[in-house]
Design a protein around this ligand. Structure first.
Ligand SMILES: NC(=O)c1ccc[n+]([C@@H]2O[C@H](COP(=O)([O-])OP(=O)(O)OC[C@H]3O[C@@H](n4cnc5c(N)ncnc54)[C@H](O)[C@@H]3O)[C@@H](O)[C@H]2O)c1
Ligand SMILES: [Zn+2]
Length: 364
């Protein structure tokens, strides 16, 4: 009996499957043969992750393996400069237009390898093998690939859908507690924006989630992928609906940028951002009182931060305004109607946003 599950991302002739479950890495070769029958495979990975989990994966790809390309761990390597080095290595290894890029790692590897796949020889087939919870529930699904620019994160990128995503939930065992919890923030987000049942399940599952119970983790990953896949299938290029995935991200991105992308994990910044969005939703009368407290209780229960320390409210607002997702400098916030339903709101009164940030600990 196999315990894995499959989620389909429906995008016409660019549709693909996300496989989720324990022990999938040794089957990657077989799954890849179905999704992309021909071409040599080039794996992009961190050396440490390859040592931890690479053996079974590489053995299963062996007959088609063209090479393993290494990138050191860390957001600071998600650059055009690194992409260029990868082009050089691919060229030296004889990668051609039939070759396939396999991203084996967290969101950094997925975004960087995906960007290389989108651009090398005008685009190669691409397989995502996400190894962090954040990448399994979010980054590996939806086709956004990018590298950072010194002035802005994810500034240079493309839409390039993978042909296959394989999320082996067993590899999450070796993830640091902080990275694991940061991934849970995006699961909470999926519940808050689209699925009250998922949200209630998280509320009652904090202990099993905390100890990374395999069934609980697989459920969290599957529901997240289903929700994200559904949103992406209806709005692949973010002309509307897809913006709801940015719940908590306007303030979250501002906090990340103000703290130099090193103090806070992305998911931690999003947790604080979700608390802010929920409080603002209440203040503006968009949702009933008590919703913010419920959301904050879940986040705190998962040991995610919900307080802003040492930053000025005005600086956070200014940073949010300069985010690339702001249109013409106007803040567009994703706010809650209730748990499981959100709305994109433009032009929320700045004074209200300030009040909310201060209530969360920002400096006046
Ligand atoms: N494309 C998208 O839609 C999208 C969405 C969300 C985030 N992102 C991007 O994702 C990136 C963040 O991703 P992340 O949080 O996965 O960070 P990450 O890729 O840097 O991984 C975090 C750390 O965990 C290590 N690691 C990975 N898998 C491991 C495992 N199984 N066991 C032990 N250690 C492991 C990595 O080496 C790294 O040090 C950001 O660059 C962000 O912009 C992209
Ligand atoms: Zn996010």
């Amino acid at each position: 009996v196999s315990s894995e599950q499959r989620v389909r991302v429906g995008l016409g002739d660019r549709s693909y499957d996300i496989w989720i479950g324990p022990g999938l890495l040794p089957r990657l070769g077989e799954l890849a043969a179905e999704a992309v029958p021909a071409g040599r495979l080039f794996v992009v990975a961190h050396p440490r992750l390859e040592r931890l989990h690479g053996a079974a994966l590489l053995a299963s790809l062996e007959p088609r393996l063209g090479g393993v390309l290494h990138v050191p761990a860390g957001e600071r390597f998600k650059t055009l400069h690194r992409a260029e080095r990868l082009y050089d290595e691919l060229l030296a290894l004889g990668a051609d237009r039939t070759s396939v890029i396999v991203a084996f790692g967290g969101g950094v590897i997925g975004d960087l390898a995906g960007f290389v796949a989108a651009t090398y020889m005008r685009g190669l087939a691409f397989i995502q093998v996400p190894t962090t919870l954040l990448a399994q529930v979010d980054a590996s699904v939806g086709g956004k690939v990018a590298v950072d620019h010194p002035k802005a994160k994810n500034l240079v990128g493309a839409f390039h859908q993978p042909r296959l995503v394989v999320a082996d939930t067993e590899v999450l065992r070796t993830l640091s507690g902080r990275d694991y919890r940061a991934g849970l923030a995006e699961v909470v987000k999926h519940g808050a924006i689209a699925d009250a049942d998922l949200f209630a399940w998280i509320e009652s599952s904090q202990q099993v989630l905390e100890r990374r119970d395999p069934e609980a983790v697989a459920h969290a990953v599957r529901r997240s992928c289903e929700i994200k896949a559904d949103v992406v299938a209806r709005d692949e290029r973010e002309s509307g609906l897809r913006a709801i995935l940015n719940f908590g991200h306007t303030v979250g991105h501002a906090l990340e940028s103000l703290t130099g992308y090193t103090t806070l994990r992305h998911g931690e910044a999003v947790a604080i951002g979700m608390a802010a969005a929920a409080r603002l939703s209440e203040r503006l009368g968009l949702c009933e009182p008590g919703i913010a407290a419920r959301l904050e209780a879940v986040l705190a229960g998962l040991r995610l931060p919900i307080r802003i320390a040492g930053l000025r409210a005005d600086d956070i607002i200014a940073a949010a305004r300069s985010d690339k997702k702001a249109v013409g400098g106007a803040l567009r916030l994703v706010l809650l109607r209730r748990l499981g339903e959100v709305e994109v709101v433009a032009g929320a009164p700045e004074e209200e946003i300030r009040r909310v940030l201060i209530s969360l600990g920002a400096v006046e």
